[in-house]
Design a protein. Structure first.
Length: 124
């Protein structure tokens, strides 16, 4: 298989696994699904940048032409996406922990049971 086909299959597997996990009722699986989806999106951006084999890094003042230098924009986008994905994952982790502490359950069915007892929330 070619390099692009390998990458496309890997993105499809990551995205499929991420969607499967995100549709789960357990919060930890939703978090892991989000992380997989974030990595699949980063891989898509990286694969769009092209094959860097035989190209030099773009440097100021050098005499390389634009066709012989690697485009630094996709790399910068991926670094930004990694930071944003990490911060959203940290926020989601804290949010899911707080939901677990408040409801006492790590599933979405536990949230339905916690909503049925409004007097319990008012007593706190």
């Amino acid at each position: 298989m070619t390099g692009q086909l390998d990458t496309a299959v890997l993105v499809a597997v990551l995205a499929g696994g991420a969607i499967y996990l995100c549709l789960s009722r357990r919060f930890l699986r939703v978090l892991l699904g989000f992380l997989l989806l974030s990595n699949a999106a980063n891989l898509v951006v990286l694969s769009m940048s092209g094959d860097p084999t035989g190209r030099r890094a773009a440097m100021a003042g050098s005499e390389t032409t634009s066709t012989s230098a690697v485009d630094p924009v996709p790399q910068a986008l991926i670094l930004t996406a990694i930071v944003i994905g990490f911060s959203v994952a940290a926020y989601l982790t804290v949010l899911l922990y707080r939901i677990y502490v408040d409801s006492g359950s790590a599933t979405t069915t536990g949230l339905d049971e916690a909503d049925d007892a409004p007097g319990e929330q008012a007593a706190r």
